[in-house]
Design a protein around this ligand. Structure first.
Ligand code: FAD
Ligand code: DLZ
Ligand code: SF4
Length: 512
């Protein structure tokens, strides 16, 4: 019998078109899938994220076997499991005596490093193939980024529009503009109820995995009941279709809205499916464009949505690999405070924060504005240590993998990269949260006050942040407005807000 190729499929690689499966010979090769504790605990992942990955892996293994492929699937509760990728590859090499190992590049630097050690460890060729499930290969990003001082997503996105032809009329953008964001900043009007997303009832495999996760990871933050993520490509396609019909038409309008009791608004909820390979970005963009061309959705919605995938998603992935290793290690704003305990309890007393954290606990999901302008903004203003914030975001969201989580947290939310990703920090006072949502009306804090009894913490923390970094941002034209306002403020008012901020921040260390 000829020696097999050992083909690896990691938990976020559940795609039939995976490069590691190209040229697979079912009569000879073995696909290795490894459920390992190390990947479940290197940060304490939300139970829904672990269940999603394990269930998707088991469903994918079943689909491969149905095609006649030999799958060696190591279960989490297999007593012989070594619980690391390297340990399981070593055991599989001993079992199958392969001629070579074939993998697709992983989504995290640390795993890539691990893979690169296997050739020497086993005396076998290890072929690490490109991840072709993205629309831009890493060389395309590198060529675009090389030599540029600033790496702005908007310009990368235009290159991607030209390269792929999405929403183009010849060499011009559809409708004459590249970006319709000016139309996309509406709060949710009273009486408009967003449609309920579809339900994906757990099947036998998912139930089994949920029981396993409950048993194995009882202390991890997050609720498992109510698990509702697609775990197969067929389910993910249904999720996409329902989004395109029910929510995409208004996606653009309410993309930046925040609303009490509305966890998902008009968002797509497809990041988990994209990130573990149940959907491909090309099919998602094509579906949105088709709906626009058929007159089912307006251009501001189709463009705004396609930009998230073709622009932001591809851009952060390129940026991650372009800047690693070391991207996450900078701390440009010298933020040193520990992460307050209320990021885990959802009991800060700030209604906007507790809503975002509470739904994160229940759903392993928060939409972009909650992640960026509520929990991210708070961490930025309060000067929380980027490493601790990064770990939190990586642990608590079902869609979190370092290639996408790190640039969003470190670069976009915390400005800890010194402005590589964003030309100015996404810092905002309570006025922004009040304008975009309806949390403030029912909050114990007063969004109109910046000092004194009941003052909104986002207000005094905002001005404390500006005061701390006035020098750092002095040369940044995009910060001229807040800096001018700050310079015109009475020194006593600044002193009062800063004292309030210090008192509040010191108290947060003693909160749960
Ligand atoms: P929608 O709002 O419907 O957007 C559609 C799709 O566009 C998303 O599914 C996603 O694939 C893509 N997208 C949108 N914004 C971004 C972005 N900034 N970067 C990359 N892709 C984007 N996204 C993740 O997938 N994983 C993460 O770990 C993650 N961490 C984040 C951390 C912070 C601090 C911030 C500010 C953003 C983070 N994002 C992350 C980006 C974004 O918030 C999520 O992709 C989005 O909320 C997922 O929900 P959705 O599928 O309903 O998205
Ligand atoms: C996130 C995750 C978890 C929780 N568990 C597994 C697992 O048991 N087996 C596996 O192959 N992958 C898992 N993953 C996804 C990996 O962490 C992911 O493939 C790497 O971080 C690279 O992106
Ligand atoms: Fe958040 Fe301040 Fe509004 Fe309360 S008043 S919900 S803390 S912004």
């Amino acid at each position: 019998m000829p020696q097999p190729s050992l083909r690896l499929v990691l938990g976020d690689q559940c795609s039939a078109s995976l490069s590691a499966l190209e040229d697979l010979d079912p009569a000879r090769d073995v696909v290795l899938m490894m459920e390992v504790r190390g990947e479940c605990t290197y940060v304490p992942h939300h139970p829904q994220k672990i269940a999603l990955i394990l269930s998707a892996m088991r469903h994918f293994a079943r689909a491969l076997r149905a095609r006649g492929v030999r799958v060696d699937h190591v279960a989490l509760d297999d007593p012989a499991n070594t619980h690391s990728f390297s340990g399981e590859v070593a055991r599989a090499v001993a079992r199958h005596k392969p001629a070579r190992i074939v993998a697709t590049e992983p989504g995290e630097w640390r795993v890539r490093q691990e893979m690169e050690g296997w050739e020497a460890a086993h005396g076998l060729p290890v072929e690490i193939r490109d991840d072709t499930r993205f629309l831009a290969d890493l060389g395309f990003f590198r060529r675009w980024a090389q030599g540029k001082k600033q790496l702005r997503m908007e310009f990368f996105y235009r290159e991607m529009r030209r390269a792929t032809g999405f929403l183009m009329q010849g060499d011009k953008p559809e409708g004459g503009e590249w970006n319709y964001d000016a139309e996309n900043r509406k709060p949710l009007p009273k009486g408009l109820v967003p449609p309920t997303p579809p339900r994906f009832a757990p099947d036998e495999i998912t139930h089994e995995v949920m029981a396993l996760v409950t048993r194995e990871f009882p202390a991890h933050f997050g609720r498992l009941e109510g698990f509702n993520w697609p775990v197969t490509a067929a389910e993910a396609k249904r999720a996409l279709a329902s989004f395109i019909t029910d929510r995409l038409p208004r996606f653009g309008d309410y993309q930046d809205a925040l609303a009490e009791g509305e966890a998902t608004l008009f968002h797509s909820l497809i990041s988990t499916s994209l990130n573990i390979g149940l959907l491909l970005p090309g099919e998602v963009c094509a579906a949105a464009e088709e709906a626009y061309r058929q007159g089912r959705v307006p251009l501001n919605a189709a463009e705004g949505f396609i930009r998230q995938i073709l622009g932001w998603r591809e851009y952060v992935r390129g940026l991650y690999w372009f800047k690693m290793p070391g991207y996450g290690a900078t701390n440009a704003l010298d933020a040193r405070r520990p992460l307050p305990g209320f990021y885990w309890t959802g009991q800060s007393g700030m209604r906007c924060m507790d809503a975002a954290i509470g739904q994160t606990r229940d759903l392993a999901y928060a939409h972009h504005i909650q992640r960026l302008m509520v929990t991210g903004n708070f961490a930025l203003l309060a000067g929380i240590d980027p490493l601790q914030v990064q770990e939190w975001y990586l642990a608590v969201y079902a869609d979190a993998f370092e290639w996408v989580e790190l640039p969003n947290t470190h670069g976009m939310a915390l400005h800890a990269d010194g402005g590589i990703m964003a030309s100015k920090p996404y810092a905002a006072s309570g006025a922004y949260i009040n304008r975009m949502g309806n949390h403030c009306g029912r909050c114990r804090y007063d969004v109109k006050r910046a000092t004194g009894e009941g003052a909104c913490p986002f207000n005094f923390l905002y001005w404390d942040f500006i005061a701390r970094h006035a020098e750092d941002f002095a040369g940044n034209p995009r910060m001229a407005m807040p800096l001018n306002t700050f310079r015109k403020m009475a020194p006593e008012k600044i002193a009062a807000m800063r004292a309030e901020a210090a008192k509040f921040l010191n108290a947060t260390s003693s909160l749960p």
